[in-house]
Design a protein around this ligand. Sequence first.
Ligand code: ATR
Length: 291
Amino acid sequence: MKTIDGTTRVCGLIGNPVAHSISPLIHNRLAEIRNDNLVYTTFCVDSDRVSEAVKGAYALGILGLNVTVPHKQTVMAALVETDPLAEAIGAVNTLVRTDGGYKGYNTDILGLDRELSDAGLSLAGKTVVLLGAGGAARAIAFLCAKRGAAKIMIMNRTLERAQGIAEAVNNYFNSDTACAKPLTDCGKLGESGYIVIQTTSVGLHPHDDEAPVTDESFYEKAEAGVDIIYNPARTRFMKLMQKHGKPAFNGLKMLLYQGIAAYELWNGCEISRDTAQLIYDDMKQALGIVE
Ligand code: ATR
């Protein structure tokens, strides 16, 4: 059992709701394995009190905070500095204590970046098809551009949202890499060999048997697929990929690595692959995921 004493550092998660978050498990296990004197807990914060909460946390000496829905945008106004990429994305999920206040980062995309690297998937020079145009898609579109994707096709049911992201990415990187298309065009893409990143909520439990695209030719022409959903562990999207012999990955490693990246920022350390694997196994057990 962990001893909490007068020098224990505190980190936590602000959001609403926060009770079912897996983040306490990730960070408290990391602290335990590394023998760091640190505890991580959750703070349920109302939308009109985010700035007050961040100021109070700083005054209390809280080492770092994660931020989840619905505060990832609004929290930015309470920071002394924001990482340029997180600023461009317009969403922050990690606050790191600096002189005078917190600096904001987006470790969600760092998480996906590390998952892709684990999976041996490089985006450089590739065509990426991004399904969906919500907050997650926006962050991922920026990551794809940063990693040198040759073309980013953002495909969404509501075309205007995809257009908004494509425009923001092209403006930020001063390029024309990103474009928007309606989701219904998925079956008639001229390209092949693309990497698909699935960011819509379609297929999320309990709707396990749904996928945003069911056209088989779309999967046939793909090279690999990543679904950011992790419940179920094998989504219908992943099954369709695998049916056509293509590798497919779920979002659990993205979740793992967003936490690990935050922990590294707070503690100025580097978490080894072996430690990451231990946490990954614990997460699967806690979430009841059998792969
Ligand atoms: P997040 O911020 O987590 O990415 P979001 O902003 O709610 O979540 O976005 C959800 C995404 O899933 C959107 O791209 C949404 O499409 P619309 O922009 O057209 O709403 C997509 N989505 C949700 N239900 C869908 C459905 N039944 N068919 C296709 N796309 C769907």
